[in-house]
Design a protein around this ligand. Sequence first.
Ligand code: ATP
Ligand code: MG
Length: 380
Amino acid sequence: MRKLILVKFAPEIFLKGLNRGKFEKKLKDNIKNVIKGLEYEFVEDQGRWFIYSEQLDTIINKVKNVFGVMEVCEVTQVEANLEEIEKQAVLEMVGSPAKTFKVETNRANKSFKPGSMDVSRKVGGCILKNNENVSVDVHNPECVINIEIRKMAYIYSKRIKGVCGLPYGMNGSTMLMLSGGIDSPVAGYMMARRGVEVHAVYYHSHPYTSERAKDKVKQLTNILKGYTGKLTLYVVPFTEIQMEIIDKCREDELTIIMRRFMMRLACALADKYGINSVTTGESIGQVASQTMEGLVVSDDVADRPVFRPLVAMDKIDIIEVSRKIDTYETSILPYEDCCTIFVPKHPKTKPRLVEITKSESVLDIDKLVEKAIADMEIYK
Ligand code: ATP
Ligand code: MG
């Protein structure tokens, strides 16, 4: 008898046709990466992935958060004979608080006799004989005893949900505009979960935004890194740009012009590091700058696709994800953001591109962008 983990991957990976091998390899590498340093043995058996280890709980907690993992199961391996299987199935049921159960058998080893249905029936009967307090419910059981018969037999009932998604690093890359707020870390997580490699940029308005605000963004970067493995944060100084805008442009156009600069900087950085796209945490209608017209006018300066995974989500649902991914408590720390320190009294909610382009023409845009990037700090 031996305890181990069975890793099941998300069904989407099965749909990859000829590319399936590449997706599987990436997922396997990513799994091995998060358990690096722990004692384990990774074994493949007819398309099933097993991890043997003395540190099962630690490994389960890490592996379930790897994108592309659908489920991790705590499994007991026994000799493939009916007597051993029955013995373990009875133990499994004793360890469960459930009052109803069913047995499901899967025989990869077709030479094993009896057949799957018979194994389920016999094992079910054996459990009932040994435990008067439980009964069979095939439609809605509280506990499913799974039996997989291969060279060895594997018995499990404890199944832990994984994050699903696609293997990180399989779907291009994006430059995430990461503020200290609730939304952008969630946006980054959602892109990463689809396999997109995430890089982050934070616009820092020293001395109007404090070191603590910057530290908070670093902390959020660290939490996201728990899902992505590595993550580079670019901190770009933004004060000079803001001062120029305040000095030379109309007050009600401050926000939209500032947002266009943020977009230009993200694209310039993406270009510098060969990153395909830009991601923001904007959601339609959430604040005055996130109107359809505002988003369209910001996108006008982008030279690559801009993704807004939260665009159609309600705030309440975004908060739920941020709690789940553990960024919420950090995001609500009350430090200032560069967007909130210079807010016009009546920002334009329906900016027009021709007008904004005209207002901006008094600024030396290229020079401002170049200088900000030249002065940035990089945290690997
Ligand atoms: P968040 O909760 O992500 O801060 P928000 O609801 O506060 O979003 P805004 O302040 O309008 O909305 O910002 C919209 C988006 O612009 C953010 O989700 C983020 O992607 C980007 N952004 C805003 N401020 C910064 C910043 N200082 N550095 C980098 N990106 C920023
Ligand atoms: Mg914000």
